[in-house]
Ligand binder design. Structure first.
Ligand code: BTN
Length: 245
């Protein structure tokens, strides 16, 4: 459970803040939470939209004892599972979209950005950034997100308690990370994860570097990669980007 909790009204990005503190020696399980971000980051250089009072944006710094890259690549899914478990306790039915989005009714309700600092093949720290759309109304979202994003309020019709959610999320993160730590792969979480992975059994298009691979998503690997069947050929994709599904 978090050793130290840092709260700010406004920061650039809780992930950037956590990384700065990590370099200054902040301990494992430090939590960085801000009411608003001026430069909330998504993956692939995108920005992350949030509103003070209505969203949850936080980053957790952990220092796993890890020298395996494959342990690191499975982390987004571990976190996706933790977020899903917490949302299920709110009476919702989330799904995980590989590699690290959480969807409800096919729309994105949470984003996860995992960043790690490797030195000489050893992972010095990991920052897990989570953004959750909690009490946003449809009209709160910028127009370009309205078709693809949703909030807990929108899907359940009621307001959700952000602090309670945060506590539950941290609980689930701690449980899932505990399961992951033993082998630094998905083995112990695999059945729970597969049940919730919306991507499996679907045709997907994945942009890897500057190529686009198309195929049927068949399975996930213990290191978090996706196995796709592309015209009879099985291919393993890690750190790709799902363009469409
Ligand atoms: C994505 O879906 O592309 C990932 C979005 C991650 C957003 C969260 S909000 C808290 C943390 N701080 C950031 O700047 N980004 C992550």
């Amino acid at each position: 459970f978090p050793v130290s909790v840092f709260c700010e009204d406004q920061v650039d990005s809780t992930n950037e803040w956590a990384k700065r503190e990590a370099l200054q020696g902040a301990p494992s399980w430090s939590l960085f939470i801000a009411e608003s971000q001026t430069r909330g980051k998504g993956r692939k250089g995108r920005s992350w939209f949030s509103l003070p009072g209505k969203s949850l944006t936080f980053s957790l710094l952990i220092r796993p004892n890890l020298s395996l890259w494959s342990g690191f690549t499975s982390l987004p899914l571990v976190c996706g599972l933790a977020v899903s478990l917490a949302l299920e306790e709110e009476g919702l039915e989330p799904e995980i979209k590989w590699p690290n989005d959480v969807l409800i009714d096919g729309k994105k309700v949470a984003g996860i950005l995992v960043e790690g600092d490797f030195e000489a093949e050893v992972l010095r720290y990991v920052v897990i950034g989570i953004g959750l759309n909690v009490n946003l109304l449809r009209e709160d979202f910028p127009e370009d997100l309205r078709l693809t994003a949703t909030s807990l309020l929108e899907v359940s019709g009621k307001r959700h308690h952000r602090l309670f959610l945060l506590e539950n999320l941290l609980n689930k993160l701690s449980k899932c990370l505990e399961g992951w730590k033993g082998e630094a792969n998905l083995a112990s979480l695999y059945p729970e994860l597969k049940k919730r992975l919306a991507t499996l059994g679907k045709r997907v298009k994945i942009a890897v570097s500057d190529k686009v691979l198309e195929g049927l998503a068949e399975d996930i690997d213990l290191d978090g990669s996706l196995w796709i069947n592309s015209e009879g050929e099985r291919k393993k994709i890690s750190w790709g980007e799902l363009v469409t599904s």
